[in-house]
Design a protein around this ligand. Structure first.
Ligand code: PLP
Length: 451
């Protein structure tokens, strides 16, 4: 029989367990429990194979910025597939979707970030960035400038390059990671690592680790610094205000290229088109993916400044992906950007729904389990703790209580993720006030049931 939505859930779960391997998953545990089968979605709501409606507090994987079920995107994809389903941009050819999307991104991106190299995902785009920054310095006559500095607990993807740039210890433990000439400084995570220090002093000290690392390695050996404007997968870690101006000063002083990984922060999530605009950062390169197409098609890319692009384009760049500038993905992304713009969705996050969510989210701090709430635009975290005053950790291993909370949320038909004992949200940007109220009610109920 054909495998369709009409099969019983248990049969779909059996087939899933038998043949489908899930990313970032303990396969045996999932097999015993059975994966929840998602069948359709509209707005911020998912429907599962039992007909349950689930509020998606994560916009898929931080990516469905426009919400699910937009017909316009389906129409554009179908039209593009009929007209030109594929052609590459490698060997002296181009096509209209890639031209139009690159031109639109150059308009939206801040400063002189005017040149786009397309990839199929955020991980691929960060692999591209490794090549770009090293080739850039080699062409400028400084081939020793190779090292890329990143941060512990950063997430920059799952390829060998992306996972090396990332600072996830579990991934590095797989071996061979990080690849050569990538090193990490500490993250600006005051709650977890700030001890008794003042948060602003702590932010400055963490930023100055970049300077210390550059001096230790020698500035002639350092190519770039990469960071997410707000660490997403690390637990929505918002740096103290003192942090970014100091990072910018250090990059400028030592001529270190600054790569802002906007894969999560980009396309409205922080209330501006890019996180860099919210946090006043001036990158030389931005990594983009996810919200670029609202996840309707896989696409990512790197946006380069005039100067970086000029140097890279002075020679052949021996790098690219079959799906760089895929016409269907580009056409869908362009339509996604049109709707985000014309419906004023980014402005609404900044001026209306973002402030409303912030008020409600911070209101969770009156719950006995919640030590701190962090939020910027449509990405937030709460820290679970048994003792707010001492910021103590639970007696159970890190992440145990967070996992229970996530499971309670899921049982209450709310998707919220946990990173250790932090709970995080990143809903679609189209979430309404009523839906925000429902999200908060379900989060509170789940917290009550957690501990
Ligand atoms: N960079 C950041 C900041 C991300 O959050 C992610 C994915 O979550 C990536 C890169 C990797 O993107 P992808 O999963 O599309 O390869």
């Amino acid at each position: 029989t054909a495998i369709t939505n009409h099969l019983p859930t248990a049969e779909l779960q059996r087939l899933d367990a038998a043949h489908h391997m899930h990313p970032f998953t303990h396969g045996q545990e999932l097999r015993d429990k059975g994966a929840r089968v998602i069948t359709r979605a509209k707005g911020v709501w998912l429907t599962d194979s039992e007909g349950e409606e689930i509020l998606d507090g994560m916009a898929g994987l931080w990516c469905v910025n426009l919400g699910y079920g937009r017909e316009e995107l389906a129409e554009v994809a179908a039209r593009q597939m009929r007209e030109l389903p594929f052609y590459n941009t490698f060997f002296q050819t181009t096509h209209v979707p890639a031209i139009a999307l690159a031109a639109r991104l150059a308009e939206l991106a801040p400063g002189d970030l005017n040149h786009v190299f397309f990839a199929g995902s955020g991980s691929e785009a960060n692999d591209t960035n490794i090549r770009i920054v090293r080739q850039y310095w080699a062409e400028k006559g400084k081939p020793s400038k190779k090292v890329i500095i990143s941060r512990q607990n950063a997430y920059h993807g799952s390829t060998m390059g992306g996972a090396s740039l990332g600072g996830m210890s579990g991934m590095h433990a797989q071996g061979g990671l990080p690849i050569a000439d990538i090193t990490h400084i500490d993250q600006p995570h005051w709650w977890a690592e700030g001890g008794d220090s003042d948060p602003q002093e702590f932010g400055l000290a963490r930023a100055r680790q970049l300077e210390e690392k550059i001096l230790e390695l020698g500035e002639d050996n350092v190519a770039a610094f990469i960071a997410e404007p707000v660490q997403g997968a690390g637990g929505v870690v918002i740096a103290p205000d003192s942090y970014w101006p100091e990072i910018q000063r250090i990059c400028d002083k030592y001529e270190i290229l600054l790569i802002a990984d906007e894969v999560i922060c980009g396309f409205g999530r922080t209330g501006n088109w890019f996180g860099c605009q919210t946090l006043n950062i001036r990158p030389d390169i931005m990594t983009i993916a996810k919200g670029l197409s609202s996840g309707y098609q896989p696409i990512g890319g790197s946006i380069l400044s005039d100067e970086v692009a000029r140097v890279i384009e002075g020679h052949e760049f021996n790098h690219g992906y079959t799906y760089s500038g895929h016409p269907v993905a580009c056409a869908v992304a362009l339509e996604n950007l049109r709707i985000l713009d014309e419906e004023g969705i980014v402005t609404r996050v900044r001026e209306e729904t973002g402030p409303y969510l912030k008020e409600k989210w911070e209101g969770l701090c009156d719950h006995p389990l919640v030590g701190e709430a962090n939020i910027i635009g449509m990405m937030g975290s709460i820290v679970l703790t048994p003792d707010k005053d001492s910021r103590a950790a639970f007696a159970a291993p890190e992440g145990t209580v967070g996992l229970i909370c996530r499971e309670r949320c899921f049982a209450n038909n709310l998707v919220m993720r946990h990173v250790g004992d932090r709970m995080i949200i990143s809903p679609s940007l189209v979430i309404s006030r009523d839906e925000i109220d429902t999200l908060i009610e379900r989060a509170r109920l789940s917290l009550d049931e957690t501990y």
